[in-house]
Ligand binder design. Structure first.
Ligand SMILES: [Zn+2]
Length: 121
């Protein structure tokens, strides 16, 4: 059985589960802070990436490939290079599970645009 890579990250645009998920572990095992780079692909909207350094990511980046450069996404005519997460607006000193999906959700209020049409849950 193939072990599937798990990430709380969803496509910021459609909320779909990502495919081709890659999780890169950075930093050595003795380091106290878990440092991971999560990347995954939405079949419709391309690659997205986020960095976990003992806390949930503050932003999710659209990228051209895993570990690649940021690309531009246009929503309602607004150019977006990063999607702020709910975590971005919270007190970052609090101790939380960095992989709790609640904190990985996109903070659309902060972004100032309406979320695109979501696939039915
Ligand atoms: Zn998508």
């Amino acid at each position: 059985m193939v072990q599937r890579r798990q990430t709380p990250m969803r496509c910021p645009l459609c909320g779909r589960e990502l495919v081709d998920v890659r999780i890169r572990y950075i930093g050595d095992v003795t380091a106290r802070l878990p440092w991971q780079l999560h990347a995954g692909r939405c079949p419709e909207h391309g690659w997205f990436q986020a960095e976990v350094i003992s806390k949930p990511p503050r932003e999710i980046f659209p990228v051209n490939r895993p570990g690649g450069i940021a690309r531009r996404v246009v929503i309602e005519g607004k150019e977006i290079y990063a999607f702020p997460t709910i975590w971005n607006s919270l007190d970052s000193r609090q101790e939380v599970d960095p992989l709790d999906p609640r904190y990985w959700e996109v903070d659309w209020d902060r972004l100032g645009v309406r979320p695109p049409q979501r696939a039915a849950a």
